[in-house]
Design a protein around this ligand. Structure first.
Ligand code: DQA
Length: 155
């Protein structure tokens, strides 16, 4: 009789860019009262449901974010990224995301298209399979669901 061999859970890396460590304090009228710890808890709960492992990180540094994306190649099965302001400015981040050749979902808590014109364009979107914005912190759970579906569909 075959014994059940536990399958290794796929790893999805959840990356957060600058100023997201200030969630809960920062412009609560736009971003709400939840903290980054609350976002991590929400992601951990979603990961349990989806049977995936997550590595949840935040940095204020563009170079560090680029290095973390590079480290995903060969290590992770997908990326969820809220690049925050670097989404609007960083070609280096776009290039790193293109280089890793993984399914990427971009998340913004606020609806960037209802805000200032400079937030309407993001470089990261060119590397993303999908973009979720305007759904608050729940956008992260939807993004994890989307990446998990892609991993399953693509084997
Ligand atoms: C954000 C939107 C960006 O325009 C902004 O710079 C952020 C947060 C969001 O989650 O809504 O820092 O990415």
């Amino acid at each position: 009789m075959l014994s059940a061999v536990p399958m290794k859970r796929p790893l999805i890396v959840v990356l957060n860019g600058p100023n997201l460590n200030m969630l809960g304090l920062r412009q609560p009228d736009i971003y709400g009262a939840a903290t980054l710890d609350d976002v991590e808890q929400l992601c951990l709960q979603a990961a349990e449901r989806l049977d995936v492992t997550i590595d949840f990180r935040q940095t204020n540094g563009e170079g560090e974010l680029v290095s973390w994306v590079q480290e995903c190649r060969g290590r992770a099965s997908g990326i969820v990224i809220n690049p925050a302001a670097y989404g609007h400015t960083s070609i280096a981040l776009l290039d790193a995301l293109l280089a890793v050749e993984l399914p990427v979902i971009e998340v913004h808590m606020s609806n960037i298209h209802r805000r200032e014109a400079f937030r309407h364009h993001t470089y990261v979107s060119q590397a993303a399979r999908g973009v979720i914005c305007g759904l608050g912190i729940r956008g992260y759970a939807h993004a994890l669901q989307a990446v998990a579906d892609m991993i399953e569909d693509e084997g």
